[in-house]
Design a protein around this ligand. Structure first.
Ligand code: ISE
Length: 339
């Protein structure tokens, strides 16, 4: 691929994130175009394709990948469909941006890692968009510079206003806390070695059967501790915070210091209502970085190994939820490609 060629992207899955990425590639990102969209719902695929110039609609991911206008693949289908699409893309040596989670469990994520390792070069970037959020980037730089000495702890808060129907306690780990699993590994530069999950009496707002909120505790290989409050039906908005505690200082992100209004004896601002709003810039920067790297012939950003490691942490987390026990994280040996 030459730097001049516009990247033809097949977007697989046209639900909320997929449709948002189609809009982003079509309207925000230079150097790429949506050449194809895929959805098992043919009507939905066609409706999205009709809004984009020169875009074809498919119900089969492999057929879209074989479209001659397609140079790269963005996977935004539900997690259980990711493995098949990833393996099909790797078999064709196509660059991929895959929304998180890489796959819903560690065994399938490891199969993707092994397929890419057999290929011998990286092709997969995982959509852990927080790594592209300017506040997270600043925190990472600060910690890497050792501004506060060794990082001892991370205190994380992850709140959603509400959950869609069918959202389960396991999904709070696999869909939501997976972000903290990746962010903690990335910020600390350490693997997570064990997970514990504690539960208070559920909120009265929690749908029947959903444990909400929960407190998740990670131990890391370097002896740091990470606590995560996950509260997915807090009702008032979307908040993601992270405070790093070092030996001689702390730093916190996610306080949303936007517009602050003083009036009628009160001060305050607004709370974002969902992740699309809170992380809009991060998603733009993530997709731009993927398109730019792909056009240069490179693969950058969170790797399939990062996706696998996060899946292994989540698997231990779901077990810890069920047993109430401290649960070690089992990790395969890291292939040379990811060292
Ligand atoms: C959702 O899938 C996301 O990825 C959001 O970032 C997270 O906050 C939410 O809890 C998940 O359901």
């Amino acid at each position: 691929m030459t730097a001049q060629k516009t990247l033809g992207v097949a977007v697989i899955g046209t639900g909320r994130m997929g449709a948002d990425h189609v809009r982003r590639l079509d309207e925000v990102i230079a150097g790429a175009r949506v050449a194809a969209v895929v959805d098992i719902d043919a009507g939905r695929a066609k409706a999205v394709a009709e809004r984009v110039d020169g875009c074809s609609a498919y119900t089969d991911a492999a057929a879209a990948m074989d479209d001659e206008g397609v140079d790269a693949v963005l996977i935004a289908s539900p997690g259980p469909a990711h493995e098949a699409a990833l393996l099909q893309a790797l078999a064709r040596d196509l660059p991929v941006l895959c929304e998180k989670p890489l796959t819903p469990d560690a065994a399938s994520a490891l199969r993707v890692v092994e397929a890419e390792a057999r290929l011998g070069h990286r092709r997969v970037q995982v959509g852990f968009m927080r790594r592209y959020d300017p506040e997270y980037e600043r925190l990472k730089t600060l910690l890497d510079e050792g501004a506060f000495g060794r990082t001892l702890m991370l205190h994380c808060v992850h709140r959603n206003a509400g959950t869609p129907p069918g959202f389960t306690s396991q999904m709070t780990i696999n869909d939501s806390v997976v972000h903290e699993a990746d962010a903690a590994r990335w910020l600390l530069g350490q693997e997570i070695t064990a997970v514990r999950v504690l539960r208070p009496t559920p909120s009265g707002r929690a749908p029947a059967g959903l444990d909400d909120p929960q407190l998740v505790l990670f131990e890391t290989a370097g002896g740091a501790l990470v606590d995560v409050e996950i509260f997915v039906n807090c009702g008032f908005g979307y908040q993601v915070r992270c405070e790093a505690v070092g030996e001689h200082g702390t730093a916190r992100i996610g306080d949303a210091h936007g517009l602050c209004v003083n009036a009628a004896g009160r001060w305050g601002g607004e709370i974002a209502q969902d992740y699309v709003e809170r992380f809009r810039d991060a998603y733009d920067r993530e997709v731009r970085a993927w398109v730019d790297a792909t056009r240069r012939g490179e693969t950058t950003g969170p790797s399939a190994w990062d996706g696998y490691a996060a899946a292994a942490v989540c698997e231990a987390g779901v077990r810890a939820q069920a047993t109430g026990e401290r649960t070690p994280v089992g990790l395969a040996e890291r292939p040379a490609l990811y060292r």
